[in-house]
Design a binder for this molecule. Structure first.
Ligand SMILES: CC(C)(COP(=O)(O)OP(=O)(O)OC[C@H]1O[C@@H](n2cnc3c(N)ncnc32)[C@H](O)[C@@H]1OP(=O)(O)O)[C@@H](O)C(=O)NCCC(=O)NCCS
Length: 149
């Protein structure tokens, strides 16, 4: 089966939360957060589906400033990594944001998270700021942005 990217649905959330837990451990979002984001983010919350079902997801949301959207979370099942699934999710989100009139798509990454930074840089994101205490002490983040104009 070719991997399909589509909007997330309630039935996907248990699997999304499993991939989240396996990827982030103690700092994983609980399933309830995903349920609420389903209502908030609409089709900016996407999943990648392959033969066994959902194998990855990307959660984005529009800011109160309508020209800005944020990538909030993304993860791919370990056994499906390095196959272009994050690239597919990101490309889909970029296209959808552009069609919504979003001008700047932003995301934050842990400076130690090389795969995530590579995935974002590969589709054109550039670092615009660094915040040593984005998540409080011990929570540094690079802030990346993609200009959609
Ligand atoms: C980050 C993550 C989502 C990437 O998913 P993926 O499906 O394996 O990524 P892709 O195969 O689409 O690769 C996208 C790009 O990133 C690069 N990349 C991905 N994993 C990499 C790694 N381990 N080392 C170096 N580069 C890597 C690829 O080379 C690729 O570049 P290209 O398209 O120019 O070839 C995945 O590693 C993951 O789920 N990590 C744990 C959760 C996480 O850290 N999420 C991001 C923070 S919110």
């Amino acid at each position: 089966m070719v991997t399909t990217i589509r909007a997330a649905a309630v039935a996907d959330l248990t699997r999304v939360a499993e991939i989240e837990q396996a990827s982030f451990g103690a700092t994983a979002f609980p399933c309830a957060v995903f349920r609420q984001h389903l209502d908030l983010s609409g089709d900016l919350f996407t999943v990648a589906e392959d033969t066994p079902g959902v194998v990855g997801f990307l959660l984005a949301a529009r800011s109160v400033a309508p020209e800005v959207a944020w990538l909030l979370d993304m993860a791919v099942d370990r056994s499906f990594r390095a196959r272009g699934i994050a690239r597919g999710l990101l490309t889909h989100t970029v296209d959808r944001c552009r069609s919504l009139g979003v001008v700047r798509l932003r995301g934050t990454v842990d400076p130690d998270n090389v795969p995530s930074q590579r995935a974002l840089h590969a589709i054109g994101f550039a670092e615009v700021a660094f915040d040593a205490a984005y998540f409080g002490s011990g929570g540094p983040r690079r802030i990346l942005e993609l200009d959609l104009r």
